[in-house]
Design a protein around this ligand. Sequence first.
Ligand code: SF4
Ligand code: MG
Length: 324
Amino acid sequence: TAPLIEAQSLRMEYRVGRGQVLRALDGVSLAVRPGEVLGLVGESGCGKSTLGRCLLRLARPTAGRVVFDGTDITALPERTLRPLRQGMQMVFQDSYASLNPRRRIGDLIAEPLRVHRDGQGRRRTAADIAARLAELMDLVGLPQAALARYPHEFSGGQRQRINIARALALSPRLVVADEPVSALDVSIQAQIVNLFMDLRDRLGLTYVFVAHDLAVVRQISTRVAVMYLGAIVELGDADTVLHRPAHPYTAALIAAVPEPVVLPDGDRAPPLRGDVPSPIAPPPGCRFHTRCPSAQDRCRTDPPALRDPGDGRQVACHFPLTGG
Ligand code: SF4
Ligand code: MG
């Protein structure tokens, strides 16, 4: 099947001072097929949110292409993009910031239904909108009475259900969720992740799920992309990447969670030392070499390209830990 969303050699650069350039994305390519859940992981500042925003054309990349459902949307004017926007929605981390506190939940969720026309190009009637609001409340597990209330009357988890209802109002095919459970209590996180999984099954959704918490990513993802300093360093099936990591950075991320991975040689990956280097002046060669326990001389000068070590995934490392 053809990808629903595809990034081709995306670059995103910001001028940050005299002649200095911050490269938030440095040649990112990936494709997500219908029904997949791509978990996008990496430490903060690695470019995951920027990539998510570029995929939905909420940000415009400096170079490269974004193709949604066969259409190159990279440079489409806003008017042409508008009907396509219905098919792609975002859920953000901060459940409160995205909801106008002075408007009722029903108004907030109805807004996209009022702005966009229906499948036949008609404006929706008040009755259409009321019926859709009722459906959406059922879908996200909120009582109908919530529609008449205000955002501050809800908990963080409930507000995230409201944001999800709003994102689903126009029946999108793709949802990009940027750390949608990171701000919630752990017990609530599981409920919202379960809701995402349930909605995917019921509605046939495709997700790009941005997270720094590997436990969450493991629960929901069918594929995983690991990012470091603006680039993908490992990409493949969630089981393969998360249980038999090939990139030392992936292994280090996994080692930092409570149930660390056991590497093929029986050792545990050592914990990650040091901070992420500045994306304004990333290290030469392999950008991970300043923190990599497996680094060799070659890694300091020769940047590794993404390649398949023989088991269908892609890894950017001269000395992958496993594969084939
Ligand atoms: Fe580590 Fe070298 Fe692989 Fe980079 S290329 S991840 S420095 S072993
Ligand atoms: Mg972010």
